[in-house]
Design a protein around this ligand. Structure first.
Ligand SMILES: [Zn+2]
Length: 245
C-alpha cells in the first residue's frame, strides 16, 4: 500500500497547496480520502483524474468536500468529449442528508452510504470507520490491504474511541491542527501532543501529522508530538510516497 499526501492544510490551502487529503494506492487501485480545496489540482501531479477509482469523504466541511463539484465536472467533460466513464463511487455518511445527496451527480459520480462498526471492501482495501468528536458528524477511516493498516483520524478533538480504533496501526495519519497554547480553547481539533499520545496509547508504528495550521512554526507541532511518542513522527509531506510493505 502506498500513501501520498495530496494536501496538508486545515481550513484552507496556502498558496498553490491543498487541504488535507491522501491518495491511497494498492495493486493499481486509487482511493482518495477527502477532496477539499486545491485537491483536484494537486492530485493531477500524481495520477490522471481518469485513474481515480473511489473517493471517501470523512465529513461535509468545505475543506473536505470543496473540490467534489469540480471532480464531478471533470467526469462530465470526459462524457461530453467521448470518453464516458462508469460512475465514480464517493463514500460518505448520511448524517448530513443534503451533503450526502451532493455526492451523486448526473450518473458521473454516485454517493455510497457508510456507517461506523461496518467493514467495506473497496477494490483491494478493507475499510472501516470510527466516529470522531467534531462540530459535525465525522468519520475516521481505517484502511487495510496485504496485512498492513493505515488509520486516518480525519478531524477530531481527543476521543478514547480512536485509541482502540488505531490499535497497532502501521501508520497513523493524525490531524494536529492546534498549537499547544490553543489546547482546550478550540473545539473539534487536536494539538501535536494529543496526536503523539494517541500514537503511543494505540501502539502505532509511525505517526504522520496533517490538517496543519497556516500560521506559526509547524515544527513545534511535531516536537510536541515527539514529547509524547517515541516512534517516528513527521509532518506530512505533499507528494512523498509512504509505502507499507
Ligand atoms: Zn471539519
Amino acid at each position: 500500500m502506498n500513501i501520498i499526501p495530496i494536501g496538508i492544510w486545515g481550513g484552507y490551502p496556502k498558496a498553490n497547496g491543498a487541504t488535507s487529503s491522501f491518495l491511497i494506492e494498492h495493486e493499481g487501485y486509487n482511493l482518495l480520502f477527502d477532496c477539499g480545496s486545491g485537491v483536484l489540482a494537486s492530485l493531477q501531479n500524481y495520477i490522471p483524474l481518469e485513474q481515480l477509482d473511489a473517493v471517501v469523504i470523512s465529513h461535509y466541511h468545505a475543506d473536505h468536500i470543496a473540490d467534489i463539484g469540480s471532480l464531478q465536472y471533470s467526469r462530465l467533460i470526459n462524457y461530453y468529449t467521448g470518453n464516458p466513464m462508469p460512475p465514480l463511487p464517493i463514500y460518505g455518511h448520511t448524517q448530513d442528508k443534503e451533503g450526502f445527496e451532493k455526492l451523486s451527480y448526473k450518473e458521473q459520480t454516485v454517493g455510497i452510504e457508510i456507517f461506523d462498526r461496518t467493514s467495506y471492501t473497496v477494490g483491494p482495501f478493507t475499510l472501516s470507520f470510527c466516529p470522531t468528536v467534531h462540530p459535525v458528524y465525522c468519520l475516521a477511516m481505517k484502511v487495510s490491504a496485504a496485512g498492513k493498516t493505515a488509520v486516518f483520524t480525519a478531524d477530531t478533538e481527543w476521543t478514547d474511541l480512536l485509541v482502540e480504533f488505531s490499535r497497532e496501526a502501521d501508520i497513523l495519519i493524525s490531524e494536529a491542527n492546534l498549537y499547544e497554547e490553543y489546547l482546550g480553547k478550540s473545539p473539534g481539533h487536536m494539538a501535536g501532543s494529543e496526536a503523539g499520545t494517541l500514537a503511543r496509547l494505540a501502539g502505532a508504528k509511525r505517526l504522520i501529522l496533517t490538517h496543519l495550521p497556516q500560521y506559526g512554526e509547524l515544527t513545534t507541532i511535531a516536537e510536541a508530538a515527539r514529547g509524547q511518542y517515541d516512534g517516528e513522527v513527521e509532518l506530512a509531506v505533499v507528494g512523498k510516497t509512504y509505502t507499507l510493505v
